[in-house]
Design a protein. Structure first.
Length: 475
């Protein structure tokens, strides 16, 4: 089967969040299972782009209303990723340091999608399936069905995978003329409420919809930033598939980014050595339990709760615990977290930014990972943590609900119901008690480390959906 993944992010080419990890791993396992798999992302100015070789396989011009954007399609030549990686190079729009957050994001991602389809049109073969990811690629299913220009690609089946339904890519009717020509009778597919909505378009027009965990699929029926009734109406073509993790990249027994490798049989010594290194870097005490947070500092992830929860936990348990935070996002949260450094020196530290290597060391060297998310479609950090023998402390939501079971129920982690300072601190207290009960602690760690979250099994679930929509052959 020939499969294309189209996405705004793909690790190691470009990563902002978990989307990149999924689009960097799922294709690899689909290819290993015997499929022809290609990933298409915009050509940003990233380290990976600079350090790797690419050949130009196609070039053209995207027409966006009165604008003309020349583009090239660049193929990564070594094929070392396990799938073919293609970059859509539109210099004017993507040759910038950041992935998102520009005023012309609509123009940028419209052009990306149109350029990709123009290239597919020019190729000799027609793919079986296009798997779109999030709203940045939501127009693709619509354009394939209704734009005159892409008539010959009509047989391609489309899936849209929702990694985060909060962001939807709204745009006004004034941008409608950017789209390649289609019969206006179909304009309703583009509308949601009083605007045009890229994610809604994708959900309406794709042959199948997947979310990144089963619980998240349930949740978006009643909480999806305005799209609840839409998700309700497409239940028959929707499925929640829990993400996997790339067990080659995330393997404590082989990870080159950590100080000491270890396995389920040697985690006590291994983790302690990583912890000592980490604590030395951040002036923390390796004799005390280390609670860490890794991620984007936004309300969605419970980032706004961290300053107060940290202050409270540190004052209650001052001598007992360390807290370390790695992340960036909302500048007010960043500032509050920075300030705490003065008050709790020796027990608390923060690194504002993102650093992949440090993240690996934090998973290896921490005792607990905090994930007080308000919304978590899947969450990968808890799965990385489990594999590294670090106990996740999570709010029961989305994929966290599907992957973490409280140790009180013989599980692998600590769960709480509310995204609140009180619930976080209560869980930290339970964790401190568990830390002193080494027999139980090690049992919880081992339960977590033995879980198989690899993509091998999960990637088959995607293939089953592809097969189903190919067999159905609906218009
Ligand atoms: C988004 C979601 C996260 C999910 C990731 C990968 O970042 O917020 O929960 O794990 O996508 O699917």
């Amino acid at each position: 089967m020939e499969i294309f993944h189209i996405s705004a992010e793909c690790y190691p080419m470009v990563k902002v969040g978990g989307l990149a990890d999924v689009v960097g791993a799922l294709p690899k396992y689909q290819a290993a299972a015997g499929n022809l798999v290609r990933v298409v992302v915009p050509c940003y100015d990233t380290k990976f782009k600079k350090e790797n070789n690419f050949e130009c396989v196609h070039w053209g011009n995207v027409k966006l209303g009165n604008f003309d954007f020349p583009f090239s399609v660049l193929k990564e030549t070594s094929n070392k990723l396990g799938y073919e990686l293609y970059l859509i190079e539109i210099k004017e729009l993507f040759d910038r340091p950041n992935v998102y957050g520009y005023e012309d994001d609509i123009e940028r991602f419209f052009s990306f999608q149109i350029a990709t389809l123009d290239w597919l049109l020019a190729r000799k073969t027609i793919p079986d399936v296009i798997n779109c990811h999030d709203h940045h690629t939501g127009l693709v299913p619509f354009l394939l069905k209704y734009a005159y220009k892409y008539e010959s690609l009509k047989s391609v089946r489309t899936v849209i995978t929702i990694h985060n339904g909060l962001y939807q890519g709204w745009f006004g009717f004034d941008k409608l003329h950017y789209l390649p020509e289609f019969d206006l009778i179909h304009v309703g597919f583009l509308e949601w409420g009083s605007s045009l909505n890229s994610l809604a378009v994708g959900v309406k027009c794709a042959h199948a919809v997947t979310t990144v965990s089963p619980s998240y699929l349930n949740e978006i029926n009643y909480s999806a930033n305005g799209l609840e009734s839409l998700f309700n109406s497409v239940q028959s073509k929707s499925k929640g598939i829990l993400n996997g993790i790339d067990i080659e990249v995330w393997d404590p027994s082989k990870d080159k980014m950590i100080v000491q490798n270890y396995s389920i049989d040697s985690f006590e010594v291994g983790k302690q050595m990583n912890k000592e290194n980490l604590c030395e870097q951040f002036e923390l005490d390796p004799g005390k339990p280390l609670f860490s947070f890794i991620g984007r500092l936004f309300e969605e992830k419970g980032g706004d709760l961290l300053p107060q929860a940290s202050a409270l936990a540190l004052s209650e348990n001052f001598e007992n615990i360390n807290i370390l935070i790695l992340g960036s996002g909302n500048s007010l949260i960043e500032e509050q977290l920075m300030q705490l450094r003065n008050d709790y020196k020796g027990n608390y530290n923060v690194f504002i930014g993102y650093n992949e290597e440090l993240a690996h060391l934090i998973y290896a060297g921490s005792d607990y990972i905090l994930m007080p998310s308000r919304v978590e479609p899947c969450g990968l950090n808890q799965m990385y943590a489990l594999r590294y023998g670090t106990i996740p402390i999570v709010r029961r939501t989305g994929g966290l609900r599907d992957t973490v079971v409280d140790f009180g129920d013989n599980g692998n982690g600590i769960c709480h119901d509310q995204a609140s300072v009180g619930d976080i601190c209560y869980s930290i207290n339970r964790a401190v008690k568990l830390y002193d009960d080494k027999i139980n602690l090690n049992k919880v760690i081992k339960t977590g480390m033995s879980i198989d979250h690899s993509w091998e099994r999960v990637c088959q679930e995607y293939i089953e959906i592809y097969n189903l929509i190919i067999e159905k052959n609906e218009v």
